[in-house]
Design a protein around this ligand. Sequence first.
Ligand code: FES
Length: 382
Amino acid sequence: MNLQIGRLSQKMALLSRCYSSGVVKPKTGVLLLNMGGPQNIDQVRDYLHRIMTDRDMIQLPFQWMGPWIAKRRTPEVQKKYQEIGGGSPILKWTNLQGELMCKELDKISPDTAPHKHYVGFRYVNPLTENTLDQIEEDAPERVVIFSQYPQYSCATSGSSFNSIYHHYRHRDFPKHIKWSVIDRWATNPLLVKTFADNIRKELNQFPEDQRKDVIILFSAHSLPLRAVNRGDSYPSEVGATVALVMDELKMCNPYSLVWQSKVGPLPWLEPFTDDAIKGYVKQGKKNFVIVPIAFVNEHIETLHELDIEYCHELAEEVGAEKIRRAAAPNDHPLFINALSDIVSKHLKSNERITEKFTMRCPKCTNPRCDESKKWYKALFRQ
Ligand code: FES
């Protein structure tokens, strides 16, 4: 794991040396949205505070509860970050993905070059609001706001898009820049091929006579049932990715879609990943490949929850023979092609927002969603 992070740092240093050798004004900016992760343990408390007080992400019954939970959980979460090397690698991965994507875009879409990526995190630096200021300073002709969650949820992508609306609510929106949105890409064929390739690599680590029986567990971050019942499209979009990946793999193995990372006492979407492993072991299954199907880079849920808690601790506890984990897409060449393919097609299409993006969940009662969707419709459909 540390070797992997070391290689990532080397690649980043090389790329930033190439980039800083000539300062070129970008014609097209690509703003990569994600939740982010603390880069060191000192950032954990602020990071948790922002998550727990984000009403789009989590709806607690009392306002005081968010800061209280954040404070209470800080030591436990800091310990987890210590155990994966002292911080989240998500910024390094996102920057590497952005640099590689823009290099590719400069080649395949010369009309919109030079391209520059920007990172907009929801809960930790670089915060989206600060990055928007940076974009305005650079003043590219176009900016594509590109959610890095392939499957759309109002708690993740929706929260990031709402925060952009919130940032501009009481200030002038830079209309001289042409803005557009890529909000979901769960069925992109190159994304599907990336997952399939990473799964094949893990299946090949099992002896040939056992390979066919290995259960592929697609694991995605769970969602409170309240959000699911509001009509959040995330579960169906995750299901769409899973179906296409299994199609690409020609249904080579038994598989199941399971959900991880539940927090708090309220009911969340099940079956949970650890319960699924326990259940299948009871049914006599011994070997698994876990696939983080809704994460595009490594972070705490892959490096700690999946690798340490499930692949090692839980495997030992329940007597599973082997639980392997497929890598997140990271800098897989097919994944970089997926990112550049999605953006270049989007730029060519001239589409600024999709009809789906302007819709609210059927049972949404969040006034922020209403205001935000109206704002995007008014400004992005011009
Ligand atoms: Fe989905 Fe508001 S909760 S649009």
